[in-house]
Design a protein around this ligand. Structure first.
Ligand code: FES
Ligand SMILES: [Fe+2]
Length: 445
């Protein structure tokens, strides 16, 4: 270690107190975050869209370095650790289910109860003394608005202490309308509202989940969206950036019950939109105000209210898969009370929001996140970055998530991506298959 101060930066005059400066003392307040390369464990994460798991199907995914197999039986979804306790293969690679209650390992037949993961029999060793004495971890599952959520827990996290899904979802309205008034747009819908529908997509992001997450609510990064079609076709006024103008520009929410996170008071006098940089001759044109507001809650869920249109909200998750791969979820939530409304919304989603917002606009976020990855890959980026006033947002997030996460995920063991230089990985790369979120099923000729 050198005795140099960790961060050297210029002083900024924006009304932000010295408390906000990212010095060694500040950094020590978010050491748990710096340690969370594999994610925060013991939280709810999206696993699949409902339509990705049809009746009797089995899919394998990986979250926070934990392999998870999902199976739907009679509509209900079960989730078990996707790692056979015999010799460690993934059950989902070649799903083998002889009844509605169990899943069997395709290799030597260890058979697990879907409800609790207990070893209920072994195909060719039905009297073995191991039966009934051991098992694999099971994970609570909840399906809402077309999405499947899994509570990704440590093996010994007690099932009776699993918090409600609502604790790991964005702030809800109208119950928070008084606390976070929103005069510029209607109350934002929530995934948990009646008749809410989640339309969206998820894709694999190459980079650490924290880099991706911080990009979502970074008020200077909107520069990357300067040339996006959706902005220009709508003649939106999208600022070059938004500067904090007061110490209370962010409210940290740490209520005993409910989500822990932060709300940014965008488009109030607590933040100053930057519309011009004289030195560079840059000026924002556009005639239509596009007001939105970003907030983030644990374990890393972004909410963009009033985006990409009225009466809707965009949620994003950056689900850790390994320490350098995450699954990027982009979901638009809207309440559709009639089949006609739903059909109209789906039509617009397919033709406008998906191509222009979730792709076009958010594709820029993806390349920006990938461009940061090498700087942070070995962990030294957290010490070498030199932050400015707008970075109050990630700093506040790092501190609050360090305080309120329910556990730091350990590096994955025996899972894809934990060891990066295996011959298996090279073989897949040579076959044109990069790191993936979903398990690739074994194909028999
Ligand atoms: S590895 Fe699963 S039964 Fe042997
Ligand atoms: Fe963005």
């Amino acid at each position: 270690m050198s005795d140099q101060p960790i961060i050297r930066r210029r002083q900024v005059k924006t009304g932000i107190s010295d408390e906000r400066v990212n010095n060694a003392k500040t950094q020590s307040q978010y050491q748990p975050y710096k340690d969370a390369a594999w994610g925060f464990i013991n939280h709810w994460y999206p696993a699949l869209f409902s339509e990705e798991l049809k009746e009797d199907e089995v899919e394998g995914i990986q979250i926070c370095g934990i392999p998870i197999a999902l199976r739907r039986v009679d509509g209900k979804i079960y989730a078990l650790k996707d790692q056979c306790l015999h010799r460690g293969v993934r059950l989902s690679e070649k799903p083998m289910c002889f009844n509605k209650k169990t899943i069997s390992c395709w290799y030597h037949g260890f058979t697990f109860d879907l409800e609790d993961g207990n070893l209920s029999t072994i195909v060719a060793n039905p009297d073995d003394k191991l039966i009934g004495t051991t098992g694999i971890t099971s994970y609570p599952v909840q399906e809402v608005a077309g999405m499947i959520f899994v509570f990704v827990r440590e093996d010994d996290f007690p099932l009776d202490e699993v918090p409600p899904l609502a604790d790991d979802l964005p702030f809800r309205f109208p119950e928070n309308s008084e606390r976070f008034p929103h005069p510029l747009w209607p109350a934002s819908p929530s995934l948990l509202d009646e008749n809410a529908i989640a339309l969206g997509m998820h894709r694999t992001g190459y980079g650490n989940w924290r880099i991706a997450c911080e990009n979502g609510f970074d008020n200077a990064h909107i520069l990357v969206h300067k040339d996006n079609s959706i902005v220009h076709v709508n003649e939106w006024v999208l600022p070059l950036g938004i500067l904090p103008a007061s110490d209370d520009c962010i409210t940290v929410v740490e209520d005993e019950k409910g989500p822990k996170g932060m709300m940014q008071w965008l488009f109030t006098d607590k933040w100053q939109p930057v519309l011009e940089n004289e030195e560079l001759g840059l000026k924002v044109d556009g005639v239509n105000g596009r007001f939105y507001r970003t907030s983030v809650v644990l374990p890393g869920v972004l909410m963009v209210e009033n985006w990409p249109g009225e009466h809707m909200v965009q949620y994003e998750w950056y689900v850790p898969v390994t320490d350098d791969v995450h699954e990027y979820w982009e979901v638009i939530v809207r309440v559709c009370n009639t089949p006609e409304e739903l059909e109209k919304h789906k039509y617009r989603f397919d033709r406008v929001y998906k191509p222009l917002a979730l792709h076009g606009f958010n594709d820029c976020d993806i390349y920006a996140r990938e461009a940061m990855q090498n700087f942070y890959a070995d962990g030294s980026g957290w010490d070498d970055e030199q932050l400015v006033a707008t970075d109050i947002s990630p700093i506040t997030w790092r501190k609050l998530s360090s305080r309120w996460n329910r556990g730091i995920a350990k590096p994955g063991r025996g899972v894809d991506g934990a060891v990066k230089d295996t011959s298996l990985r090279f073989k897949r790369t040579a076959d044109g298959i990069g790191p993936q979120y979903k398990v690739i099923k074994i194909v028999e000729e």
